[in-house]
Design a protein around this ligand. Structure first.
Ligand code: NI
Length: 254
């Protein structure tokens, strides 16, 4: 069965039919879901989902674009949450230079603090990085974050850099972009990576793969991503599902 390593089912896009959709996961071959926090509020919501659904686990973290809300009190609360049993990772954390705010220095500060937190509590990290390839890589290398381990989620940089992350000990999250007609770069990334380092993810409700591009995304679309990876790797679909699921259980210790 499929392991969804990155979704946001607390998003308001699911307010209408959240329970119906989540209750249909098992019959659609989705075994586990990690619901990823992106702010203090969505971390709380992710933990609530993990409480209500046995197959959902949570990640606790503040997305770089939301780091403006963080202070020591908020960080202390985050640490408390990150220690809960069904919280399997610190994330999503990282750098996002697509928007001007928060200032890069603020993003870097809280990225490093959350990396330190993960090391302290011995849980893996979920890295978000957009338009910040060099700074992200430099911080991860300087912090020896490969020892902490985790996943570079929704990976969007070069195949060469993906291989460097794998050498450090990271997994690479592959999502809907690999199915896009202009997704050549992602195909090169998949070609360059060993299957043992690839995780399946949707980032739902965002980034739906073909043939559902532009619509609301859900874990039910993971089949299209797995099929695409099977095609690129020249292996069976079932093999992609089995290996990526094993990888996910390994990184999240489930
Ligand atoms: Ni995300």
């Amino acid at each position: 069965m499929i392991f969804e390593t990155h979704a946001h089912y607390d998003d308001e896009a699911f307010d209408e039919d959240r329970d119906i959709l989540l209750s249909s996961m098992r019959e659609n071959e989705i075994e586990y879901v990690v619901n990823v926090g992106a702010s203090l509020k969505s971390t709380a919501a992710s933990i609530e989902l993990a409480r209500n659904y046995p197959f959902i686990y949570a990640a606790a973290g503040v997305h770089p674009s939301e780091t403006g809300e963080l202070d020591e009190a908020g960080f202390a609360w985050l640490k408390e949450q990150s220690l809960l049993e069904k919280v399997v990772a610190v994330g999503e954390i990282g750098l996002d230079y697509y928007w001007d705010e928060p200032a890069h220095e603020i993003q870097k500060f809280w990225f490093e603090r959350q990396l330190d937190l993960a090391r302290e509590i011995k849980k893996p990290v979920i890295i978000h990085s957009r338009d910040a390839a060099k700074d992200t890589f430099d911080i991860i290398a300087a912090k020896n974050a490969g020892e902490i381990g985790g996943v570079v989620h929704c990976y969007s940089y070069s195949a060469e850099m993906a291989v460097e992350y794998v050498k450090m000990g990271f997994y690479i999250g592959i999502g809907g972009v690999v199915t896009f007609k202009n997704g050549k770069k992602m195909k090169e990334v998949v070609e360059a990576l060993p299957m043992e380092r690839i995780l399946l993810e949707t980032d739902s409700p965002y980034l739906a793969p073909e043939p559902n591009r532009g619509k609301r995304n859900s874990s039910l679309n993971l089949v299209y991503i797995a099929q695409k990876i099977a095609e690129i790797k020249g292996i069976a679909y079932e093999e992609v599902v089995e290996i990526t699921s094993r990888n996910a259980k390994c990184v999240y210790q489930i």
